[in-house]
Design a protein around this ligand. Structure first.
Ligand SMILES: Cc1cc2nc3c(=O)[nH]c(=O)nc-3n(C[C@H](O)[C@H](O)[C@H](O)COP(=O)(O)OP(=O)(O)OC[C@H]3O[C@@H](n4cnc5c(N)ncnc54)[C@H](O)[C@@H]3O)c2cc1C
Length: 626
C-alpha cells in the first residue's frame, strides 16, 4: 500500500463516539493541535442504543463531565425531547437526571461543535496501525496509507473493533447500525502486546410509531419543571414528548422460551461476555422465570422520525421470532419493525493494563477510553474520554496526571474500578458503586470539580466564576438561615397543619429545616427577608442541614480513605518485599498501584499484605534518611 505523510499533531484521537469527542475537545480546548479520526463522520456522537442520556449513576457522570468543562451536558440540553429527575422519592444521593434525546439532533449538534472547535481537525478515515517505537507512541496509519504523527494517541474505538452482528443464525461482520466495522487494528494492537478480549452488547428493535396502539399503553410524561444537565444553563423549557409503558406477558415468554435455541446468545454463537445490568429479553426470561411480565418503555428516537425504541427488549433472536413475540404485547399487536434487534460482539481491552490516567502502562503516550476499556454506556465512555484527553495533554506538557479519586467523583470510582479491579463484563455505572455517594451527588458536581478543571486550563472562566459566585451565595445563605429566627406564635399554626410539632420558643430557620417534614420552599412566608436565590443554591443549604450528620460521617470516612490514598508507592520491586503472599505479589506486580489505597482495592491483596507493604515502605523511607 502506498503511504503518504499527512500531518503532525500533538494529540490524535481514534474514534468520534462519546469518548472520542470528549477527548478531542478537551485536548483542543487545552490548546493542543488535535486530530480526531472516525470511520464515518455521520457517526459522530451516534447513539446506537437507548435514546437517552443519564439515569441512575449515569446522570451523575454527565453532571461531572459538565462541571469539568466537557460537552455532553451542554449537548443534551440542546437536543432533549423529555426530561425526568429519577428517584425523587428517595434521598438526594440517588436523585438522577435522565433526558430523552433526539438522536439525530444530538449527532448534528455535536458534529457542529467538533467541526468548529479551534485547533481540532476532524477526518473520516479508518486507522489500521498505531506507530510505536521503543514502547513509545509516534502516530497512526490509516487503511488508505495516510500517516499522521502525534505525541499522544487516544484509542476510543467503541464497539467497532472486530465488530460482529448476531440476529438469530445470521452472523456478519459490521459495526453498529449497519456501519463499517474496524477489522485491521486488532492485529496491530496484539503485536504491541496489548491484551484484547471479546465483549458483547445488544440493542432492541426500532418499531414504526404509526403501527402502535397507544390506547393500550400507559403514558409517561417528563417533569413539569426541567432541571438542566449543564451547570451553565439555569433553566430550560420545551414542549416535551411522552414515552409509553407496557409489559410482556406469559404468551410473550412462551414464544421466547420455545425459541431459546434460535437465539445467538443461547446457541453458543456469541463468545463475548454481555452486560449483567442490561440483559437481553431472553436472558431475563431465562434468569427470572418466576416473573410473569417484564416492563417495557416505548421511547421516541426523535421528533422527525417514526422510529420508536423498545427499551427492555434487546435480543439476538431471529427477526421472525422478534415480530412474533412483540405482537403479543399490549399496544404492539400490529407492530412493524423498522430496524431489527441485534447483538454485537467486539474487541476491547482488559483495563488493568492502564494507569489511573488511562495511559497504557507499557506504551508511553498511548491512552484509551470508552467501551474499548470494557465499560458500557454513553456516559461512562464520555467520562473516560474527557480524562484521557486531559491526560494526553498533561503528558505532553510533562505535568502531573489529572486523577480524580473515589472520594471526589463518580468518574474516579469508574476509572479506579476499571484499572484496579478490572471487569469481566461491560461495566455500567450505578450509585451503589460509590462508598461516598452522599458527598458525590449530581447536584454538587460543580462545587466538587469545576475549580480543579479551571486550574488545568479546561473549564472556562465563565464556568469558574459561576461556581465562585455560587459558593459565596451558599455561604451567605447558610449564615443567614443559621441566624434568622422565626417566632413560635407566627409559625405554630402552619406546623400543626403540616403534621409538625409546635414550638415553645423562636427557632432559627436552619434548625427548623432539620425537621424532615419542613422544606425551604414551604416556609418562605415566614422568612420575610429571604433573598431571591436560584434553586440550585438554596437546595445546597437545605441538603447540608438535613443530612449534616451523615455528611460529617462520610467526611470522616473520606479522611481515612485519603490517608491511605496519599501514601504514594514509588519504585517498589515487589520481589524485595518479604512476607507478601504469592498471589498478592503477582497482582501488585501486574497492577503497579500508585498508592497504598489503590493497592488495598486490588482483589487478591489482603489487609495482611497491606500491613507488610506498609512496614516495608516505612523501612525503605527510614533507610533512605539514614
Ligand atoms: C448494539 C449496541 C447496544 C448497546 N447497548 C447498550 C446498553 O444497553 N447500555 C449501555 O449503557 N450502552 C449500550 N451500548 C453502548 C454504547 O453505545 C456505547 O457505550 C457508547 O457508544 C460507547 O461510546 P464510545 O465512544 O466508547 O464508542 P462508540 O460510540 O462505539 O464510537 C466509536 C468510534 O470509534 C470509531 N472507530 C472505531 N474503530 C476505528 C478505527 N480503526 N479507525 C478510526 N475510527 C474508528 C468509530 O467510527 C466511532 O466513531 C450499546 C452499543 C451498541 C452498539
Amino acid at each position: 500500500m502506498e503511504t503518504f505523510f499527512a500531518g503532525n499533531y500533538d494529540v490524535i484521537v481514534v474514534g468520534a463516539g462519546h469518548a472520542g469527542v470528549e477527548a478531542a475537545l478537551a485536548s483542543a480546548r487545552m490548546n493542543k493541535k488535535t486530530l480526531m479520526l472516525t470511520i464515518n463522520l455521520d457517526s459522530i456522537a451516534m447513539m446506537p442504543c437507548n435514546p437517552s442520556i443519564g439515569g441512575t449513576g449515569k446522570g451523575h457522570l454527565v453532571r461531572e463531565i459538565d462541571a469539568l468543562g466537557g460537552e455532553m451536558g451542554i449537548n443534551i440540553d440542546k437536543t432533549f425531547i423529555q426530561s425526568k429527575m429519577l428517584n425523587t422519592a428517595k434521598g438526594p444521593a440517588v436523585h438522577s437526571l435522565r433526558a430523552q434525546a433526539d438522536k439525530v439532533k444530538y449527532h448534528i449538534e455535536m458534529k457542529k461543535v467538533v467541526e468548529n472547535c479551534p485547533l481540532l481537525d476532524v477526518k473520516q478515515a479508518e486507522v489500521s496501525e498505531i506507530i510505536i517505537e521503543d514502547y513509545k507512541v509516534k502516530g497512526v496509519i490509516t487503511t488508505i496509507g495516510s500517516i499522521y504523527h502525534g505525541k499522544a494517541v487516544v484509542l476510543a474505538t467503541g464497539t467497532y473493533l472486530g465488530g460482529k452482528i448476531f440476529i438469530g443464525s445470521a452472523v456478519f461482520q459490521s459495526g453498529p447500525n449497519g456501519l463499517a466495522p474496524s477489522l485491521k487494528l486488532t492485529d496491530n494492537l496484539k503485536t504491541n502486546a496489548i491484551d484484547l478480549r471479546r465483549f458483547k452488547t445488544g440493542t432492541p428493535a426500532r418499531v414504526n410509531s404509526r403501527t402502535l396502539n397507544y390506547d393500550k399503553m400507559q403514558r409517561e410524561d417528563g417533569d413539569q419543571k426541567i432541571v438542566p444537565f449543564s451547570f451553565l444553563n439555569d433553566q430550560l423549557d420545551i414542549e416535551q414528548v411522552p414515552c409509553w409503558l407496557t409489559y410482556t406477558n406469559t404468551t410473550t415468554h412462551t414464544i421466547i422460551e420455545t425459541n431459546f435455541h434460535r437465539s445467538a446468545l443461547f446457541s453458543g454463537e456469541i463468545e463475548g461476555t454481555g452486560p449483567r445490568y442490561c440483559p437481553s429479553i431472553e436472558d431475563k426470561i431465562n434468569r427470572f422465570s418466576d416473573k410473569n411480565r417484564h416492563q417495557l418503555f416505548i421511547e421516541p428516537e426523535g421528533l422527525d422520525t417514526n422510529e420508536m425504541y423498545v427499551q427492555g427488549m434487546s435480543t439476538s433472536m431471529p427477526e421472525d421470532v422478534q415480530l412474533a413475540f412483540m405482537r403479543t404485547i399490549p399496544g404492539l399487536e400490529n407492530v412493524e419493525i423498522m430496524r431489527p434487534a441485534y447483538a454485537i460482539e467486539y474487541d476491547c481491552i482488559d483495563p488493568t493494563q492502564l494507569k489511573l490516567s488511562l495511559e497504557f502502562k507499557n506504551i508511553d503516550g498511548l491512552f484509551s477510553a470508552g467501551q474499548f476499556n470494557g465499560s458500557s454506556g454513553y456516559e461512562e465512555a464520555a467520562a473516560q474520554g474527557l480524562i484521557a484527553g486531559i491526560n494526553a495533554v498533561l503528558k505532553i506538557d510533562n505535568k502531573e496526571p489529572f486523577i480524580l479519586d473515589r472520594s471526589e467523583a463518580y468518574i474516579g470510582v469508574l476509572i479506579d474500578d476499571l484499572v484496579t479491579k478490572g471487569t469481566e463484563e461491560p461495566y455500567r455505572m450505578m450509585t451503589s458503586r460509590s462508598e461516598y455517594r452522599l458527598l458525590l451527588r449530581q447536584d454538587n458536581a460543580d462545587l466538587r470539580l469545576t475549580e480543579k478543571a479551571y486550574q488545568i486550563g479546561l473549564a472556562s472562566k465563565e464556568r469558574y466564576d459561576k461556581v465562585v459566585h455560587k459558593v459565596q451565595a451558599i455561604k451567605e445563605e447558610m449564615e443567614r438561615i443559621e441566624n434568622t429566627l422565626i417566632k413560635a406564635k407566627d409559625i405554630n399554626p402552619f406546623l400543626l397543619e403540616n403534621g409538625s410539632s409546635e414550638l415553645r420558643d423562636s427557632i432559627t430557620i436552619a434548625n427548623l429545616l432539620k425537621r424532615p417534614e419542613i422544606f425551604y420552599d414551604m416556609i418562605n412566608q415566614f422568612d420575610i427577608n429571604r433573598p431571591d436565590l436560584r434553586e440550585d443554591i438554596w437546595k445546597q443549604c437545605e441538603i447540608s442541614i438535613k443530612y449534616q450528620g451523615y455528611i460529617e460521617k462520610q467526611l470522616r470516612q473520606v479522611e481515612k480513605f485519603k490517608s491511605l490514598e496519599n501514601k504514594k508507592i514509588i519504585d517498589i520491586n515487589y520481589n524485595d518485599v518479604e512476607g507478601l503472599r504469592i498471589e498478592a505479589r503477582q497482582k501488585l506486580k501486574a497492577i503497579q498501584p500508585n498508592s497504598v489505597g489503590q493497592a488495598s482495592r486490588i482483589s487478591g491483596v489482603s489487609p495482611a499484605d497491606i500491613s507488610v507493604l506498609l512496614v516495608y515502605m516505612d523501612y525503605k523511607r527510614r533507610s533512605k534518611n539514614v
